[in-house]
Design a protein around this ligand. Structure first.
Ligand code: SF4
Ligand code: SF4
Length: 179
């Protein structure tokens, strides 16, 4: 596997990426592993909270990524060629963003350097899905979920205020008594 070049997604097209770069482009949101329902009139996709049988909700990833297509016949392998046509990919999907020549969001692990930011930003479905089981379309309709909008910015870092030294605090109290 070849190395990942710094900032590669800003300079390379999907088809120019190495295998390692391609794989690292997935932010791990898990939304492409959810069942969606398409409105035939408008083409709008409604995502449910029902995940593919191979999806590990706790880890927010495919439990058998290597063999996924052998086990789940309708699992679509993303390629530089098919990404432009996969209209059901979430708007935040990194492959879609790069294909549209857009930058990645702050929560993407390649930007933040932290694989957890995709979860902190409310983008992922980690721990929020249920397995597909034997649900039919009618059951799926009841599972349509309004997934939250991503947080626009990273949470502000908490700053710890240094407490005044005890002596200084005493002095202030005395002064206050004199007034
Ligand atoms: S939607 Fe895109 S970024 Fe999210 S898990 Fe699927 S491939 Fe990765
Ligand atoms: S087989 Fe794996 S990658 Fe494919 S949809 Fe299911 S969980 Fe996602």
């Amino acid at each position: 596997m070849t190395a990942v070049q710094k900032g590669f997604w800003k300079t390379k097209s999907l088809s120019e990426m190495s295998e390692a770069e391609w794989e690292s482009l997935c932010d791990g949101c898990g939304k492409c592993c959810l069942a969606g329902i398409e409105d035939e009139d408008t083409g709008q996709i409604f995502l449910t909270d029902v995940a593919c049988k191979l999806f590990d909700s706790g880890l927010c990833q495919c439990s058998n990524y290597e063999n996924r297509q052998k086990i789940v016949s309708d699992c679509v392998k993303l390629t530089p060629e098919n990404v432009p046509d996969l209209y059901w990919l979430p708007k935040t999907c990194a492959y879609r963003l790069v294909d549209q020549k857009r930058d990645l969001f702050w929560w993407h692990p390649l930007v933040s350097g932290d694989p957890n930011t995709v979860h902190q930003a409310n983008v992922s479905v980690k721990g929020k899905t249920r397995p597909e089981g034997r649900l039919k379309t009618a059951g799926l309709l009841k599972r349509i979920k309004k997934w939250p909008n991503p947080k626009e910015q990273p949470p502000a870092k908490k700053t710890v205020k240094k407490a005044a030294p005890a002596k200084a605090a005493k002095k202030t109290a005395k002064k206050a008594n004199r007034v």
